[in-house]
Design a protein around this ligand. Structure first.
Ligand code: UDX
Length: 462
């Protein structure tokens, strides 16, 4: 919800380098976090920031006193948003926010004495109405794509994948390699389980079009990690590409969580041995069935390893929280496990006690894990997570896959491979190598550093 202290931009602050930028994010955690981080990075380079946002899932302005926040009406009732899939939500916002977004720009432009008050707009390509609106204000538009480049490339290949018969996915083809998109197999393609596949394909096509017609696509990724996907995307893609991540490593990130992190996660980790804990979290959207939830619980318990488990309220279908856990489950563990509703994930992953991350491979989680050198147990649930998991396990070899049947035996096995067996040691070494690359890409000779410089020069030249 919007709060009282949101600053109204009736008088725009004077930008330090004469350049002011507009931002507009999809109001979901995995999109809002990197958008705010990007705004922070560009603010540190001298740009002034005006952050437009819906009232639904609005950021907390008091965490960003150096930005100007501009809420717009989204006309989304609680009844409409509760239980809505991400894709239905994106669809609704694309219908309901067009006029409020246009009105907002109208007001911002008329409030400014300058003819061209903004150097550009950086929006989420899933908000595909921003293209026409930006055009009508002659506003240069960049997009921040919050997935990895590999996943974006797979999305942009949907027409080809349909033509070649890979999509819609047939069960008989799951293990087949997609020759046009190595290293992906058919089962790694970024689809979701929705009743109306055509609507999903259309939304993806709009997202890609939105990116292609932009002045540049910004990625929270880095060349040293995704060089082959980046090279392949460059071929024939009409817009410049700016991989400038990992965003959260430029400087200590400000909290952008919609939920309050439970501080006991860190105090509990402080009491554990180095590399002894598996951190378990499936991001802000993914949900599991009750049966799977119980397999996870028993898999963790039977592994005999220590674990910090984020069970987000509502992340088990049909339940409020973790009421399906067997009575006395936590007591039986004798302190080996700690459960919270939300954690400060960046702090958790950087904690010396954490030895592995059991993740759904959302792109933010994947990159955050890579940046701390933490090996992963990969349990992708939908969309780009499938692609990310393939890169983690097959290309970068910094994780193990947990895909075929979520059963306690498979879970125990995956945990042992990482936490106990020699294979885990090898994986950990590679993860530490990648961590170094994630660090050095931001230094003066690194690819992200250079890419950020060219982005700044594009933004400054309008
Ligand atoms: C989604 C998609 O899955 C992702 O792939 C896409 O590119 C962006 O939107 P989500 O499923 O929430 O996001 O996963 P992820 O991308 O991993 O983002 C979750 C964010 O929440 C991460 O930045 C993570 O640090 C944060 N988080 C998660 C917490 O701070 N605390 C928690 O307890 C769990």
């Amino acid at each position: 919800m919007a709060t009282e202290n949101q600053r109204q931009p009736s008088k725009l602050e004077k930008p330090i380098n004469g350049k002011r930028l507009l931002f507009f994010s999809l109001p979901l955690q995995g999109h809002m976090t990197p958008m705010l981080q990007l705004a922070d990075i560009l603010h540190s380079k001298g740009f002034s920031i005006t952050f437009i946002h819906t009232k639904y899932n609005s950021p907390n302005p008091s965490n960003y006193p150096h930005f100007t926040f501009q809420p717009i009406s989204d006309d989304l009732s609680e009844a409409e948003t509760s239980g809505l899939s991400v894709f239905d939500l994106a669809y609704l916002i694309n219908v309901k926010c067009v006029a409020p977004f246009r009105d907002c720009l109208d007001q911002l432009f008329s409030d400014s004495p300058e003819e061209r008050p903004f150097a550009g707009l950086i929006s989420d390509p899933a908000l595909h109405f921003t293209r026409e609106v930006a055009k009508s204000f002659q506003l240069q538009r960049f997009v921040l794509r919050t997935s990895g480049v590999g996943a974006f490339r797979a999305f942009s290949s949907f027409p080809l994948l349909q033509e070649k018969g890979y999509l819609p996915i047939q069960d008989s083809q799951l293990e087949e390699l997609v020759a046009e998109l190595p290293p992906l197999r058919v089962k790694d393609l970024p689809v979701i389980n929705v009743p109306d596949l055509e609507k999903f394909y259309k939304l993806i096509a709009s997202l890609i079009e939105e990116a292609k017609t932009s002045s540049g696509v910004i990625f929270n990724s880095f060349e040293e990690l995704e060089n082959s996907a980046i090279d392949a995307l460059h071929e024939g893609f009409p817009a410049p590409i700016f991989p400038i991540g990992p965003f959260h490593k430029y400087f200590p990130a400000t909290s952008s969580s919609f939920l309050k992190p439970d501080e006991s996660s860190i105090s509990w980790l402080d009491k554990q041995e180095p590399k002894s804990v598996i951190y378990v979290s499936f991001g802000s959207i993914a949900a599991v069935e009750e049966k799977e939830f119980l397999e996870i619980a028993w898999g963790l318990a039977n592994s005999k390893c220590r674990f910090l488990w984020v069970i987000r309220p509502g992340s088990v279908n049909g339940l409020d929280w973790h009421e399906a856990l067997p009575k006395g489950f936590l007591d039986m563990l004798d302190g080996r496990g700690h459960i919270v509703k939300w954690a400060s994930q960046l702090e958790v992953l950087a904690h010396p006690a954490v030895g592995a991350f059991w993740t759904h491979n959302g792109w933010n989680s994947t990159l955050e894990s890579i940046s701390e050198g933490v090996p992963m147990i990969c349990m992708p649930c939908f969309a780009d997570q499938m692609v990310n998991a393939r890169y983690v396990t097959y290309s970068w070899k910094v994780g193990v896959e947990l895909r075929n049947g979520l059963e306690r035996k498979n879970i125990e096995r995956a945990i042992r491979r990482l936490m106990v067996e020699e294979e885990g040691e090898e994986i950990r070494k590679r993860a530490l190598d990648l961590k170094e690359k994630a660090k050095s890409t931001l230094t003066q000779s690194g690819a992200s550093f250079k890419s950020l410089e060219s982005l700044i020069s594009c933004l400054s030249s309008s």
